[in-house]
Each structure stands twice: as C-alpha cells, then as structure tokens.
Write a protein that binds this ligand. Structure first.
Ligand code: HEM
Length: 370
C-alpha cells in the first residue's frame, strides 16, 4: 500500500497507476489524475465543493474565496479580480518586482541557495506589497504566515487553533484594516468594491497563503528543472524567447501546489467509480500534467513542448488562481536574472522537489563564475 512518505518523495509512479481515478488510503481520499476528469471536477463546484467544515484554512482565517462556492464565492472574489488582471498586474508590479530581483541578485554570495536567497524573499516581498505593506515589512509578513500556516496544519491534524496563530492573525487584521484607506493599494481597491473589513482581511490572508510558498516553489522548481537538464538550459541560453515556455513546462511536471481538495455534495459516478456524498476528492494537478493522453512522453522536460501551457498548475473553474499573472511575472523576472549568471552550476548534492501538497526542492545550491 502506498504511504504518505512515498507520495511526498515521488508521487508520479503512483499517480500513473491510479489514472484516471483511484482511492488512496493514505490520503483517505479519491485521487483524480487524468486531465479531463480533473477539469470535470474543478468546473463543477455544485457537486465538488470547497465549502466543507474539514477545510482547515477557513477555521483559522474565517470564510474567504478559497473556502466558499457559488454566490458567496463570487462576492468574495469579484472585488479582487480587477487588481489581478494581466494589465493591472503589469502596471502595478513590474517595477517593484524587477527592483526586488535586482536587489536580491546584487546581494547573492557564492555558493548560494537560491531558494532562501532569492525565491523565498522575492515571494514574501511581493505579497507584502500586495497587502499594502512596505517591502521592509517582508520579515513580519513571513512571521505571520509561519504562525498562521502552522496553526492551519495543526487544525488539519485535529488540534485546536494555536495562540500564536490567533495572535498573528490579529496583527495581520490590524495592519490590513489600517491600510484600507490608503491611496492606491490593492486591498483598498477591493475594499472600495464593497467587502467588509473582516472579509477583506480573510481574503488578504488567502493572498498570503496563495502567494508565498507557491511562488517560492514555482521559481525553485523551474530553476531546478533547467539546471538539472543542461541540454534544455543550453537551448534557452541560445534562444531566450524559450524561457516562458520553459517555465510552463516546469509547472506541468511539478506544479508547486500539487493537489487541491474538494468534497462531494452528492453521490456521483466518476468514470465508472462510485463517489459517495461527503467523500473527499483530491484533484492531482501533478497527475493531470503528466496525462499521456494529452502530453507525449509526459515525464520528459522539453522546453520546446508545444502544449506545455495546457497544465493545470493554476487549477481551473471558479477557483482558478487569482495570482497567476503576478506569479508568472515574478518567476520570469527571477529566471531571466539567474540564467544570465555565467557558468551557473547546480551542486551535485542539490535535492530534487519533494512534498505532498507544496512540492519544491528544500534547497537549490548553485555556484557560478565571478
Ligand atoms: C503571487 C502569487 C499568488 C497569489 C497572490 C495567489 C492567489 C491565489 C488566490 C487568492 C487563490 C484563491 C482563488 C479562489 O479560491 O477563488 C488561488 C488559487 C490557486 N492558486 Fe494561486 N496565487 C499565487 C501563486 C500561485 C502559484 C505559484 C501556484 C502554483 C504554481 C498557485 C496555484 C493555485 C491553485 C492550484 C489554486 C486553486 C485552489 C483551489 O482550487 O482550491 N498559485 N491563488
């Protein structure tokens, strides 16, 4: 029987075995691994909802777009749509993202772990900015995130909400609420579109949950794929216009958020499998990305793959990632800067991506020619 440890290390052989859908006892859940079935689940929120008391994030930060469906989901999400469009993302974030990457690159010392020296700090600084806080408050934001996410993990395991989690959320609440009246913040835009203070704060917490570990993972995974496939990196160096597709190809092979959970609201037949009302249904975005019906030689990293963008790393349907334009902007800016380092090398002991939900290498150890 497959164990959680096996899924954390290398889930892909198991996912291939259970395609298109199978029960995985270690997760106590159905796991959907074909792209077509994943889309069917993600686009049917009436049958497969996120709105279930087992969803631990909502217990800690209150109801938000991440934990609601139908009309209430729309009410929470709509105010954030306009600040996160492609055009608005570029207008608001291109300059600050470039500046943050430049500063982090200038501070790099050899040898370097690019996860902790670049990917992590960049993702936190940008979330701080989107919360209307100055980049200097990045370490505070990281402390809040750590305290709240530890509390959420504890609740998932059946423990009560931690005092640290409650205190951090109170701090976040204070700062975000204070920023609502400031001129051009993204939070202010959302608040003016009609959300109450508690609702703005809960969704701000979700921006933090959505934007930190995932972006850190997306950047680290893309760099790991490029540096551990020298021939593919050489293609990108010879033709830098391949870099965006290389990023998509990395998302396909190792989506930073590998799974999303849903709960069946009624008995239903899914590709011949009987799902019971109340069952948990885990959509494996990693499985969908390696579906051989859609992607030829699905395990191969190919920066020229024509349909790489058909991955589901940002999900689909009503909960499709709100921050996808922003995180692509961050990742591409970081990748462009890093691949320019002459003679860039991955250390032989640099680890591959691991993790059950958030998958990334724990470190990305590199050196280059000065
Ligand atoms: C700037 C960075 C990011 C921000 C601000 C952000 C924000 C969000 C928000 C607010 C949602 C909830 C949308 C809703 O429920 O309606 C969401 C969903 C999602 N995001 Fe992101 N995100 C970011 C980066 C990423 C990255 C890097 C990935 C993966 C590579 C990712 C994957 C997802 C997925 C899979 C969902 C769907 C969750 C579900 O269906 O249950 N996000 N994101």
């Amino acid at each position: 029987m497959v164990t959680v440890a096996q899924l954390e290390t290398d889930p892909h052989p198991t996912l291939a075995q259970v395609r298109p859908i199978g029960w995985i006892e270690a997760l106590n859940s159905w796991v959907v691994t074909s792209r077509a079935l994943a889309l069917a689940v993600l686009r049917d929120p009436d049958t497969f909802t996120v709105d279930d008391p087992r969803f631990s994030t909502a217990q800690v930060v209150g109801p938000s777009m991440l934990s609601l469906d139908g009309g209430p989901h729309k009410a929470h999400r709509d105010p954030f749509e306009s600040p996160f469009t492609l055009a608005e993302t570029r207008r608001r974030f291109t300059g600050p993202v470039q500046q943050t990457v430049d500063e982090l690159m200038a501070a790099l010392k050899q040898p370097s772990d690019l996860r902790t020296a670049l990917a992590g700090p960049l993702s936190v600084a940008v979330v701080a900015l989107s919360l209307g806080l100055p980049p200097a408050s990045a370490s505070t934001v990281l402390d809040w995130y750590t305290a709240i996410s530890t509390s959420v993990s504890g609740v998932s395991a059946g423990h009560p909400i931690t005092a640290e989690g409650t205190a951090a959320f109170a701090e976040l609440h204070k700062h975000v609420a204070a920023g609502i009246d400031s001129a051009d913040s993204l939070i202010a835009t959302a608040a003016h579109a009609g959300l109450g203070v508690d609702e703005v704060v809960a969704n701000a917490a979700v921006l933090m949950f959505g934007g930190i570990e995932t972006t850190e993972g997306m950047i680290t995974n893309a760099l790991w794929h490029l540096l551990s496939h020298r021939d593919q990196l050489d293609l990108v160096l010879a033709d830098p216009s391949l870099l965006p597709n290389a990023m998509e190809e990395s998302l396909r092979l190792e989506p930073a958020a590998a799974v999303v959970d849903r709960y069946a609201t009624r008995d239903i037949d899914l590709a011949g499998t009987k799902i019971r009302r109340g069952d948990m249904v885990t959509v494996s975005l990693a499985g969908a990305g390696r579906d051989p019906e859609v992607f030829e030689s699905p395990d191969k990293f190919d920066v020229r793959r024509a349909n790489a963008r058909r991955h589901l790393a940002f999900a689909s349907g009503p909960h499709i990632c709100l921050g996808m334009h922003l995180t692509r902007l961050e990742t591409l800016t970081a990748l462009e800067a890093v691949v320019r380092l002459p003679g860039l090398q991955l250390a032989a002991d640099s680890p591959p991506p691991t993790g059950l939900v958030f998958r990334k290498p724990t470190a990305l150890n590199v050196s280059w020619d000065e």
